[in-house]
Design a protein around this ligand. Structure first.
Ligand SMILES: C[S@@+](CC[C@H](N)C(=O)[O-])C[C@H]1O[C@@H](n2cnc3c(N)ncnc32)[C@H](O)[C@@H]1O
Length: 195
Protein backbone atom coordinates (compact mmCIF):
# COMPACT_ATOMS: atom_id res chain seq x y z
CA UNK A 1 0.00 0.00 0.00
CA UNK A 2 1.29 3.49 -0.73
CA UNK A 3 0.60 6.57 1.36
CA UNK A 4 2.31 9.40 -0.46
CA UNK A 5 0.24 12.51 -1.12
CA UNK A 6 1.19 12.50 -4.80
CA UNK A 7 0.10 8.89 -5.38
CA UNK A 8 -3.70 8.73 -5.20
CA UNK A 9 -4.82 6.03 -2.75
CA UNK A 10 -8.58 5.76 -2.26
CA UNK A 11 -8.11 2.97 0.32
CA UNK A 12 -6.56 5.32 2.90
CA UNK A 13 -8.99 5.79 5.77
CA UNK A 14 -10.31 9.36 5.97
CA UNK A 15 -9.37 11.41 9.06
CA UNK A 16 -10.32 15.01 8.28
CA UNK A 17 -8.73 17.86 10.24
CA UNK A 18 -9.76 21.51 10.01
CA UNK A 19 -7.76 24.65 10.76
CA UNK A 20 -8.18 28.42 10.40
CA UNK A 21 -5.93 30.63 8.32
CA UNK A 22 -5.79 34.44 8.48
CA UNK A 23 -5.04 36.08 5.17
CA UNK A 24 -5.64 39.59 3.91
CA UNK A 25 -8.03 40.42 6.74
CA UNK A 26 -10.13 37.28 6.23
CA UNK A 27 -10.32 34.05 8.20
CA UNK A 28 -10.38 31.01 5.94
CA UNK A 29 -11.31 27.55 7.17
CA UNK A 30 -9.54 24.62 5.54
CA UNK A 31 -10.22 20.92 5.91
CA UNK A 32 -7.33 18.56 5.16
CA UNK A 33 -7.14 14.77 5.23
CA UNK A 34 -4.64 11.93 5.21
CA UNK A 35 -3.33 11.13 1.76
CA UNK A 36 -3.24 14.83 0.80
CA UNK A 37 -0.27 17.18 1.13
CA UNK A 38 0.17 18.94 4.52
CA UNK A 39 -2.39 17.45 6.89
CA UNK A 40 -3.79 19.62 9.68
CA UNK A 41 -1.86 22.82 8.97
CA UNK A 42 -0.68 24.95 6.11
CA UNK A 43 2.75 24.06 4.78
CA UNK A 44 5.35 26.74 5.61
CA UNK A 45 6.42 27.11 2.00
CA UNK A 46 2.82 27.58 0.86
CA UNK A 47 2.32 30.25 3.53
CA UNK A 48 5.52 32.04 2.45
CA UNK A 49 4.29 32.10 -1.14
CA UNK A 50 0.86 33.45 -0.21
CA UNK A 51 2.26 36.18 2.02
CA UNK A 52 4.76 37.40 -0.58
CA UNK A 53 2.86 37.10 -3.84
CA UNK A 54 2.54 40.34 -5.80
CA UNK A 55 -1.08 41.35 -6.49
CA UNK A 56 -2.65 39.29 -9.27
CA UNK A 57 -5.78 39.86 -11.31
CA UNK A 58 -7.89 38.13 -13.93
CA UNK A 59 -7.82 34.34 -14.00
CA UNK A 60 -5.75 31.99 -11.86
CA UNK A 61 -4.95 28.30 -12.25
CA UNK A 62 -3.83 26.64 -9.01
CA UNK A 63 -2.03 23.57 -10.40
CA UNK A 64 -1.43 20.74 -7.91
CA UNK A 65 -3.93 22.43 -5.61
CA UNK A 66 -3.89 19.85 -2.79
CA UNK A 67 -6.76 20.81 -0.44
CA UNK A 68 -7.08 24.08 -2.37
CA UNK A 69 -5.52 26.62 -0.02
CA UNK A 70 -3.47 28.74 -2.49
CA UNK A 71 -6.26 29.35 -4.98
CA UNK A 72 -8.93 29.83 -2.33
CA UNK A 73 -6.88 32.36 -0.34
CA UNK A 74 -5.85 34.35 -3.44
CA UNK A 75 -9.29 34.30 -5.07
CA UNK A 76 -10.96 35.05 -1.73
CA UNK A 77 -8.67 38.05 -1.28
CA UNK A 78 -8.54 39.39 -4.84
CA UNK A 79 -11.75 38.17 -6.54
CA UNK A 80 -10.05 36.11 -9.27
CA UNK A 81 -11.62 33.68 -11.72
CA UNK A 82 -10.32 30.46 -10.27
CA UNK A 83 -9.52 27.01 -11.68
CA UNK A 84 -7.87 24.33 -9.55
CA UNK A 85 -6.44 20.97 -10.55
CA UNK A 86 -4.86 17.96 -8.89
CA UNK A 87 -4.13 14.36 -9.88
CA UNK A 88 -5.32 13.11 -6.48
CA UNK A 89 -9.12 12.54 -6.29
CA UNK A 90 -9.18 13.12 -2.52
CA UNK A 91 -7.44 16.48 -3.03
CA UNK A 92 -10.04 17.43 -5.64
CA UNK A 93 -12.91 16.53 -3.27
CA UNK A 94 -11.33 18.49 -0.40
CA UNK A 95 -10.79 21.51 -2.66
CA UNK A 96 -14.46 21.48 -3.66
CA UNK A 97 -15.48 21.26 0.00
CA UNK A 98 -13.10 24.07 1.01
CA UNK A 99 -14.31 26.32 -1.82
CA UNK A 100 -17.91 25.84 -0.65
CA UNK A 101 -16.94 26.37 3.00
CA UNK A 102 -15.15 29.65 2.19
CA UNK A 103 -17.65 30.94 -0.39
CA UNK A 104 -15.11 30.91 -3.23
CA UNK A 105 -16.20 29.91 -6.75
CA UNK A 106 -13.80 27.58 -8.57
CA UNK A 107 -13.72 25.08 -11.40
CA UNK A 108 -12.02 22.09 -9.79
CA UNK A 109 -10.60 19.49 -12.17
CA UNK A 110 -9.09 16.04 -11.66
CA UNK A 111 -6.08 16.19 -13.96
CA UNK A 112 -2.64 14.71 -14.42
CA UNK A 113 -0.76 17.93 -15.16
CA UNK A 114 -2.56 19.78 -17.96
CA UNK A 115 -4.23 16.66 -19.40
CA UNK A 116 -7.79 17.86 -18.59
CA UNK A 117 -7.12 21.61 -18.63
CA UNK A 118 -8.30 23.71 -21.54
CA UNK A 119 -7.93 27.42 -22.21
CA UNK A 120 -5.40 30.00 -21.07
CA UNK A 121 -4.90 31.81 -17.78
CA UNK A 122 -3.55 35.19 -16.69
CA UNK A 123 -1.76 33.53 -13.77
CA UNK A 124 -0.69 30.01 -12.84
CA UNK A 125 0.63 29.13 -9.41
CA UNK A 126 2.45 25.92 -8.50
CA UNK A 127 3.88 24.50 -5.30
CA UNK A 128 5.35 21.62 -7.30
CA UNK A 129 5.07 17.90 -6.43
CA UNK A 130 8.84 17.52 -6.09
CA UNK A 131 8.53 13.92 -4.89
CA UNK A 132 6.68 12.95 -8.06
CA UNK A 133 9.99 13.40 -9.90
CA UNK A 134 11.62 15.90 -12.25
CA UNK A 135 10.00 14.46 -15.35
CA UNK A 136 6.50 15.10 -13.98
CA UNK A 137 7.37 18.53 -12.61
CA UNK A 138 9.09 19.68 -15.82
CA UNK A 139 6.13 18.44 -17.87
CA UNK A 140 3.89 20.61 -15.65
CA UNK A 141 6.15 23.69 -16.21
CA UNK A 142 6.00 23.13 -19.99
CA UNK A 143 2.21 22.83 -19.76
CA UNK A 144 2.09 26.07 -17.81
CA UNK A 145 3.87 27.90 -20.63
CA UNK A 146 1.34 26.49 -23.12
CA UNK A 147 -1.63 27.55 -20.95
CA UNK A 148 -0.64 31.13 -20.08
CA UNK A 149 -2.10 34.15 -21.88
CA UNK A 150 0.41 36.55 -23.46
CA UNK A 151 2.02 38.50 -20.57
CA UNK A 152 0.64 35.92 -18.14
CA UNK A 153 2.68 34.98 -15.08
CA UNK A 154 3.78 31.66 -13.63
CA UNK A 155 4.55 31.65 -9.89
CA UNK A 156 6.51 28.76 -8.38
CA UNK A 157 7.73 28.11 -4.84
CA UNK A 158 10.67 25.75 -4.39
CA UNK A 159 13.26 25.08 -1.72
CA UNK A 160 17.00 25.00 -2.32
CA UNK A 161 17.15 21.43 -0.99
CA UNK A 162 14.49 20.42 -3.55
CA UNK A 163 16.45 21.78 -6.49
CA UNK A 164 15.65 25.50 -6.61
CA UNK A 165 18.70 26.13 -8.79
CA UNK A 166 17.87 23.47 -11.39
CA UNK A 167 14.26 24.73 -11.35
CA UNK A 168 15.47 28.24 -12.22
CA UNK A 169 17.52 26.77 -15.10
CA UNK A 170 14.58 24.76 -16.44
CA UNK A 171 12.16 27.70 -16.19
CA UNK A 172 14.69 29.99 -17.85
CA UNK A 173 14.99 27.51 -20.69
CA UNK A 174 11.19 27.50 -21.16
CA UNK A 175 10.33 31.16 -20.45
CA UNK A 176 13.72 32.94 -20.95
CA UNK A 177 13.00 35.24 -18.00
CA UNK A 178 12.82 33.41 -14.68
CA UNK A 179 13.13 35.87 -11.80
CA UNK A 180 13.56 35.13 -8.08
CA UNK A 181 11.29 37.75 -6.49
CA UNK A 182 11.69 36.59 -2.89
CA UNK A 183 14.11 34.35 -1.06
CA UNK A 184 14.13 33.31 2.59
CA UNK A 185 15.92 30.50 4.45
CA UNK A 186 16.53 28.53 1.25
CA UNK A 187 13.01 28.97 -0.06
CA UNK A 188 12.78 30.63 -3.50
CA UNK A 189 9.71 32.34 -4.95
CA UNK A 190 10.00 32.45 -8.72
CA UNK A 191 8.11 34.36 -11.38
CA UNK A 192 8.21 33.82 -15.16
CA UNK A 193 6.33 35.88 -17.72
CA UNK A 194 5.05 34.47 -21.01
CA UNK A 195 6.24 37.07 -23.50
C1 LIG B 1 3.61 20.14 -2.78
S1 LIG B 1 1.93 19.71 -2.99
C2 LIG B 1 1.16 21.32 -2.99
C3 LIG B 1 -0.30 21.29 -2.59
C4 LIG B 1 -0.93 22.68 -2.37
N1 LIG B 1 -0.81 23.49 -3.57
C5 LIG B 1 -0.26 23.37 -1.19
O1 LIG B 1 0.60 24.24 -1.41
O2 LIG B 1 -0.62 23.00 -0.05
C6 LIG B 1 1.87 19.23 -4.71
C7 LIG B 1 0.50 18.79 -5.22
O3 LIG B 1 0.63 18.37 -6.59
C8 LIG B 1 -0.21 17.25 -6.81
N2 LIG B 1 0.29 16.50 -7.97
C9 LIG B 1 1.25 15.53 -8.01
N3 LIG B 1 1.45 15.09 -9.25
C10 LIG B 1 0.58 15.79 -10.03
C11 LIG B 1 0.27 15.76 -11.41
N4 LIG B 1 0.91 14.95 -12.26
N5 LIG B 1 -0.69 16.59 -11.87
C12 LIG B 1 -1.36 17.42 -11.02
N6 LIG B 1 -1.11 17.49 -9.69
C13 LIG B 1 -0.16 16.69 -9.21
C14 LIG B 1 -0.16 16.48 -5.51
O4 LIG B 1 -1.27 15.60 -5.40
C15 LIG B 1 -0.14 17.61 -4.49
O5 LIG B 1 -1.43 17.96 -4.09
Amino acid sequence: MNSHYFIPDATLQSRPQTFSYEFNGRTFKFTTDVGVFSVGKMDGQTDLLLRNMPPVEGSLLDMGCGYGCIGIALAGAHGLTLTQADVNPRAVELTKKNCAENGVASTVVLSDGFENISGSFHNIVINPPIHAGKQTVYRIYEGAFEHLCPNGNLFVVVHKKHGAESTVCKLDEIFKNCETFYKKKGCFLLRCKKL
